[in-house]
Design a protein around this ligand. Structure first.
Ligand SMILES: [Zn+2]
Length: 396
């Protein structure tokens, strides 16, 4: 079913070219002589944690609480000690709301970038922010620092997001998303299918940045996204990561793929955020119209134009449009079965995510493709289904 392919390529094209230039930077881990490496073997993956200055780093910019470190120890222990683990590895913020305050060293310039970051997230996601009041015991303090760094998830009590004085709104969003519990894209379970970590060009003391943290708790949402705001760039400029900055630290398995984080969260980033913090339970409806223009009647090859419209409804009868003040990402699975020359092929499954814009309940995609048929080939589409994965009343 080649019609699928063009649809997917088109959406990827839209995603890739709607992104602004990235200015996300990777900062150096504070280095001291007292650094200790801890390696935890979890589901056959080595998770490296750097202990330095009494802090635990799961990645360059992700600092773990003592509880989270204990959680890894517990996970890893041959004999499980009792009462070591008090919580899940990642805790979410109730109602997706972070209470925050600014440290006294935060300049007005940096404050403006942080406010811009929070404003973007408030209007494009279910996440929200409010200045800390006296009754808010769990909150974030933004501090100016020489590194960009955040805890992962809600730690409990006060937690600090550190940002450099010249950090952009994009970097602030990246660090804030860590505090909401979101990890790096290159830490996904399935990342090896899409990229190769160029370990020979990476300093050994930076390898924790390529921890496959997906094994800890998170599920891989949607497709791997080399343009995720949570992705590290293929090339680094400051020389703390790469032995040779002219060589990449991450290589795409498909040479057409560009590995560079986007300035703002992408469709798949929004999907991840909404799966963690949205409470969407709408019904997905779709409508597809095909227009076939035959170019070879003998073989049955044709050009095809397709218009796909996906709509969300609040009710099962699909009469009440489901509209949100923020964009609602959709993840669907195409499932189709074909019989080629009377032989049943394996069922095919492909996932795709796209965004229903804020204030709207539907999204239309135009696709075009050429379908080549061999002369005499008998090709029957037995079944074609669009299965919503998110949002879905069947999800959760
Ligand atoms: Zn990060």
């Amino acid at each position: 079913m080649k019609e699928m392919k063009v649809f997917i390529l088109l959406v990827l094209f839209l995603l890739i070219f709607s992104c602004k230039n990235n200015d996300f930077t990777i900062d150096a881990t504070p280095s001291t002589k007292d650094s200790v490496w801890h390696t935890f073997k979890i589901k056959n993956e080595n998770i490296r944690v750097l202990e330095t200055n009494n802090q635990y780093f799961l990645a360059e910019d992700i600092v773990l609480s003592k509880d989270q470190f204990n959680y890894l120890s517990y996970f890893n222990a041959e004999v499980k000690p009792k009462s070591l683990v008090t919580s899940d590895f990642i805790k979410l913020w109730p109602s997706g709301k972070i209470y925050y305050t600014f440290g006294s060293n935060v300049s007005n310039t940096l404050k403006a970038e942080i406010n811009s970051a929070m404003s973007w997230l408030s209007s494009n996601t279910p996440l929200s922010f409010a200045l800390k009041g006296s009754s808010n015991s769990n909150y974030v303090t933004f501090e100016a620092s020489n590194v960009n760094q955040s805890p992962v998830g809600m730690i409990g009590g006060m937690q600090v997001i550190q940002l450099t004085s010249n950090a952009s709104a994009s970097t602030a969003i990246h660090e804030i998303l860590h505090s909401f519990g979101i990890s790096h894209e290159m830490g996904r379970n399935d990342r090896d299918n899409f990229v190769t970590i160029n370990t020979s060009n990476i300093y050994a003391d930076k390898m924790h940045n390529f921890n496959k943290v997906g094994v800890l708790s998170s599920i891989d949402v949607g497709l791997f996204d080399a343009r995720s705001i949570m992705m590290y760039p293929a090339f680094t400029t400051n020389g703390t990561f790469a032995k040779d900055i002219n060589q990449p630290i991450i290589i795409p398995n498909n040479s057409n793929v560009v590995i560079a984080p986007s300035y703002y969260p992408t469709a798949t980033d929004l999907l991840g955020i909404n799966m963690l913090y949205g409470n969407e339970k709408p019904y997905l409806d779709y409508n597809v119209t095909y227009n076939r223009i035959y170019d070879d009647w003998q073989s049955g090859s044709y050009d095809i134009e397709a218009v796909y419209t996906f709509s969300l409804y609040a009710d099962n009868n699909k009469t009440i449009p489901y509209v949100k003040p923020y964009p609602v990402p959709v993840l669907i699975e195409y499932y189709w079965e074909v019989i080629v020359n009377r032989v049943e092929d394996l069922p095919r499954v492909q996932k795709q995510s796209f965004i229903i814009p804020a204030g709207k309940n539907s999204f239309t995609v135009y696709g075009k493709d050429n379908v080549d048929r061999q002369f005499g080939e008998i090709y029957n589409m037995e079944k074609l289904e669009y299965r919503p994965i998110y949002p879905s009343t069947h999800y959760r």
